[in-house]
Ligand binder design. Structure first.
Ligand code: ARG
Length: 471
């Protein structure tokens, strides 16, 4: 077919009342085929289910049904082989498939659209696509979790400084820090699973907006397509895009988590920190500065989070002004969703790679863990425990010790017992033992705390949940 023929074929589908064809610019603004061709597999799957149901309900003859099924298989094979003639003149994936079906099987192709509209068709296709994307993303997140858990277990007792305000606060373990991300990513999985549950209702059979006069069986098509059941309201069926918004909002929150970890990697790999070293596989050099090893992948994960948030915003803004039911604005739902899916796939895989490959610089972390009087809270806690001092007074004692050490340019552990007793006479040799970073982290055994024993328990519990596939 030439392009003019295709324009004719397109308007044959809806152009009964039209005298002229669309302007070239109309065709360009209207056509979605360049991006919605990604729905081809879902579109054909949906059409096959619809066709089977039409035959079962005696709306189509078995002979027409068989022709259509065979034809759709051929169309699928052509697309998968890469020799399908996608055409802008045919607007979208639905009309491209139907028009080619007509070329292959003739008139019977025109019966496939009985009791259906592109409105419920696209809503069904897109739900199927997003459902696959959710499943793919869950698999990728499981892989990232596995990487985080391995590193957490390996470094359950590796001490590092914990920060608040990016100021050294108290010593924590590297494993504990990794496990914080395990919690975030697990919540992301739970949000995706939740979104998938709500997504999994079938709009097919809503037709254009009002349902149909044909005796269709919506339960049958819903079941065949793996949905839990049909959507209850046809107007909602064709105009709801919550599933796309939920996919993108769960993705955006997940991307924020990835971005925070990416930001930490950027900070940790800097010459001033050197907490971790990223592998050659996930860094680049500079064309002018030979000493450089740049954390590009981490920086890009951080950057791409902006796109994901932007895509969510874009569709929220498209939807906010739309009256019921379908409006063409909704065709603009696809590019943001596709971009989010592609971006998340890249970002999650890059993060898993970085986490798996990174070298954790245990010596540097240990030195940093002790710098900045990070065990000051421990000496205050000791005063509370051993001397029954009110915490506020103990805080003051520890503060005076810090001031003294700071003036001497030494660590708390370098103060002599006599010096310490000059500030608080109750302090004993035993108190000095709590000043080591190891003793500090070992003591933090409260539930959810940073003690290596707690971290190992948390790792084991998270591994169990992952094996049971409970986010
Ligand atoms: N390509 C369209 C979309 O993605 C399909 C639905 C078109 N429906 C219509 N009535 N024009 O939204």
């Amino acid at each position: 077919m030439t392009d003019t023929d295709k324009t004719k074929a397109a308007s044959a589908m809806w152009g009964g009342r039209f005298a002229g064809g669309p302007a070239a610019i109309m065709q360009r603004i209207n056509a979605s085929i360049d991006f919605d061709k990604r729905l081809y597999a879902q579109d054909i799957r949906g059409s096959k289910a619809h066709c089977r149901m039409l035959v079962k309900q005696s709306i189509l003859t078995a002979a027409d049904g068989a022709l259509i099924q065979e034809g759709l298989d051929k169309v699928l094979a052509e697309i998968e082989a890469g020799d399908f003639p996608f055409s802008q003149a045919l607007e979208d994936i639905h009309m491209n498939v139907e028009s080619r079906l007509g070329e292959l099987i003739g008139e019977a192709a025109g019966r496939l659209h009985t009791a259906r509209s592109r409105n419920d068709q696209v809503a069904t296709d897109f739900r199927l696509w997003v459902r696959d994307a959710l499943d793919g993303m869950d698999g990728a997140l499981r892989d990232l979790l596995a990487a985080l858990l391995d590193r957490a277990e390996e470094h359950a007792a590796t001490v590092m400084p914990g920060f608040t305000h990016l100021q050294t606060a108290q010593p924590v373990t590297f494993g504990h820090h990794m496990m914080a991300y395990v919690e975030m990513i697990s919540r992301d999985r739970s949000r995706l699973a939740d979104a998938r549950n709500r997504l999994n209702e079938c709009p097919l059979g809503s037709a254009a907006l009002a349902g149909t006069s044909f005796p269709i069986d919506r339960e049958a098509t819903a079941a065949e397509l793996g949905f839990a059941g049909p959507m209850r309201n046809s107007l909602d069926g064709v105009s709801d895009r919550d599933f796309a918004l939920e996919f993108m909002s769960a993705s955006a929150i997940c991307a924020v988590h990835l971005s925070r970890l990416a930001e930490e990697l950027v900070i940790w790999t800097s010459a001033q920190f050197r907490f971790v070293t990223l592998s050659d596989a996930f860094t680049t050099g500079s064309s002018i500065m030979p000493q450089k090893r740049n954390p590009d992948a981490a920086e890009l994960v951080r950057a791409k989070t902006g796109r994901v948030i932007g895509d969510l915003n874009a569709l929220l803004i498209v939807m906010k002004g739309l009256p019921l039911a379908y409006s063409k604005d909704m065709q603009d739902d696809k590019e943001p969703v596709f971009e989010v899916a592609d971006t998340m796939e890249l970002a999650i895989a890059a993060m898993a790679g970085m986490v798996r490959d990174m070298t954790v610089n245990v010596g540097t972390l240990r030195a940093a863990a002790g710098a900045g009087f990070t065990t000051a809270t421990d000496i205050a806690d000791w005063c509370v425990r051993a001397l029954k001092m009110p915490f506020r007074r103990a805080h003051h004692v520890a503060g005076s010790l810090v001031k003294l050490a700071e003036g001497r340019n030494c660590g708390l552990e370098d103060l002599t017992l006599a010096e310490m007793q000059a500030i608080e006479p109750g302090i004993t040799e035993e108190a000095r033992a709590v000043l080591s970073v190891e003793s500090s982290v070992n003591s933090r055994t409260s539930l959810g705390g940073t003690a290596p024993s707690r971290v190992r328990q948390a790792v084991a519990a998270a591994r169990r949940r992952l094996a049971e596939d409970a986010p």
